[in-house]
Design a protein. Structure first.
Length: 202
């Protein structure tokens, strides 16, 4: 599945320059595939650690072409392969893991053309990630999941074709302090991502 997503994304990205034209509008509806690098960071009492993996998903949005700028709205549904596992915690052979799962984003962006088909933009909005935790020892196992909400900021460059588009983007997400059952764990969660998006416009 992940290989198919990356192959489709590569096809979209490569095909954009061939379809680009000087009078292409920068506005309209867009749907695309997202894939890239994901680094999740956890911090507690001045100590921090991060784990990297692959992020992949789908995005959709609409841009309003104002002539010398665009203003748009977009939503994204993504997943991640980031997972951290440790062993021998409470007893020899036990194992605990925490993984980042589905990630929802909704936000807005503003961009400015630097050429007839090239757009530089900044974005921001709300993001919500599901975190899964699991612990297993020689006699039993336990698993649970929770959601963390926060904000996302990002910036990127986009090439716009007649019927398709491609973009490269950096974004930072901050989920604040992690609380569960009314208890503040003191753990802060954030992530850095560099992603490519390719898709179609209508």
């Amino acid at each position: 599945m992940k290989k198919a997503i990356l192959a489709a994304l590569a096809t979209c990205v490569v095909s954009v320059p061939a379809y680009a034209q000087d009078d292409a509008s920068l506005g309209g509806a867009k749907v695309g595939i997202v894939a890239g690098y994901d680094s999740v960071k956890l911090s507690l009492d001045g100590e921090s650690g991060s784990k990297g993996g692959l992020v992949y998903g789908l995005t959709a949005g609409y841009d309003f072409d104002l002539g010398n700028a665009i203003v748009g709205v977009e939503a994204e549904l993504a997943d991640s392969t980031v997972k951290e596992t440790v062993t021998d915690i409470l007893e020899a052979g036990d194992e605990a893991s925490i993984s980042a799962s589905r990630d929802l984003y909704v936000g807005a962006r503003v961009g400015f053309p630097v050429g007839s088909n090239i757009l530089l933009y900044a974005k921001g909005g709300y993001t919500n990630v599901r975190v899964k935790a699991r612990y297993a020892d020689s006699t039993d196992s336990f698993s649970d999941s929770d959601t963390l909400g926060g904000y996302r900021l990002g910036a990127g460059a986009e090439v716009v074709g007649v019927n398709n588009f491609a973009r490269i983007e950096y974004r930072y997400s901050d989920y604040g302090k992690y609380s569960t059952g009314g208890f503040d764990t003191g753990i802060s969660a954030s992530r850095h991502q560099v992603v490519a998006t390719g898709g179609f416009r209508f």
